[in-house]
Design a protein around this ligand. Sequence first.
Ligand code: 5RP
Length: 230
Amino acid sequence: MHAAEQVEAKRNAGYRAAEEVRDGMVVGLGTGSTVFFAMERLGERIIREGLCVAGVPTSYQAAIRARRYGIPLTSLDEHPELDIAIDGADQVDPALRLIKGRGAALLREKCVCDAARSVFIVVDPSKMVDTLNAPVPVEVLPFAVEAVSRRLAALGADPVLREGVKKDGPVVTDNGNFIIDCDFKAIAEPGRLEAEIASIPGALECGLFCGYMEKITVIVGEEKGCRIVS
Ligand code: 5RP
């Protein structure tokens, strides 16, 4: 799929997900280029249909986008239960387990995913894989970065501290933490790995999302239209 076709696929997925939002809903708003298309269409629906909704953004980036598209914002404190969430993913396997976090928003994204009654994951076809094998991002307390790296290496990863584009320092998340990207190659037991990473003190969250298959619907955008996987 060429770059222009991939953008069309992302747009189709995002626009389709925005159609799932109903009047009065509180919506978790993920981070990333695909979900931003959903926000764009949601903004259009707010104007065109007078839709009354509120969004809980998963990052400052998502909040800025939502404001630009005219989506009123609220917080998880105000709405600890969300009607739906719309988010992207870096990989999706046939059991609807995900790797997320290229955009470094995985910690808040998991909070929002957990709080939502149903979750729409918007992707282009390149994200659909038989076996999860992308690097797993782990949000880490800066105080414990070396200790956590050792524990991740002991689990079989090749841990790399994520740096900014200029390579002059670590990426700092919206929560003031660092990200360690962990290449485990093909992940045979993603749920078990997620639990093992969760047991490391200082590893605040990882990008494996394995416990939400029952409420996830994946919208795979294609060059023309979408495919729904649930
Ligand atoms: C951010 C994420 C994104 O949803 C994921 O990286 C997909 O992004 P995109 O839609 O730009 O490909 O998990 O933390």
